[in-house]
Design a protein around this ligand. Sequence first.
Ligand SMILES: Nc1ncnc2c1ncn2[C@@H]1O[C@H](COP(=O)(O)OP(=O)(O)OP(=O)(O)O)[C@@H](O)[C@H]1O
Length: 198
Amino acid sequence: MIEVRITGKRFGDRHVLGPVRFDVAAGETVALLGPSGIGKSTLLRIVAGIDADFDGFVSHADPLAIVFQEPTLLPWRSALDNLCIPHPALCRSAGIAALDKVGLEGRGDAFPGQLSLGQQRRLALARAFAGNPAVLVMDEPFVSLDAALTAQMLALTEALIAEARPATLFVTHARPEAERLADRILELHGTPAELVAP
Ligand SMILES: Nc1ncnc2c1ncn2[C@@H]1O[C@H](COP(=O)(O)OP(=O)(O)OP(=O)(O)O)[C@@H](O)[C@H]1O
């Protein structure tokens, strides 16, 4: 699970976030909505442990996996290496099975530059789920995909979440995506951005 108790987050003199208090239960999927620039990515970075410069505390179960807006793959390593480097215990046969599961059958030797953006995103999803995460954090994982690809990615993510059941927190601009994937929708509002969920 995820427990968020942020009293304040500042960039220099600017108070950007806080108070922000909510929990995500084991197996629950929570979508985080809010206008552009309000602090959604900042909040996600704090939850993921990338930004430790804030007041309050955050705790979560381990392991935690992150899916960023961009696939963030190593361009000089193969698709299978991109899976195996963070998960050495898993590879290679389980790695190949993980690629099959996201529709990348037979593409283990391809480099990221030889994959379409949709395939790169699927590889990033496979990498996130390969470690069987207890917590999954996703920052606009479907942004800048066309409608058909977004629908495919949503269905795939939904299936992977249903199988692994991590505590999932994901940011999106799109309310329909939030309604499709999430058990609960939370919204940041105000300046500094606030969110206090029961
Ligand atoms: N490293 C930083 N230094 C200074 N200010 C920052 C930094 N990162 C973010 N900010 C500011 O903090 C605020 C929140 O930014 P953040 O990226 O978290 O918003 P967001 O809700 O994710 O936006 P979007 O939906 O457009 O991605 C913005 O005003 C942004 O300019």
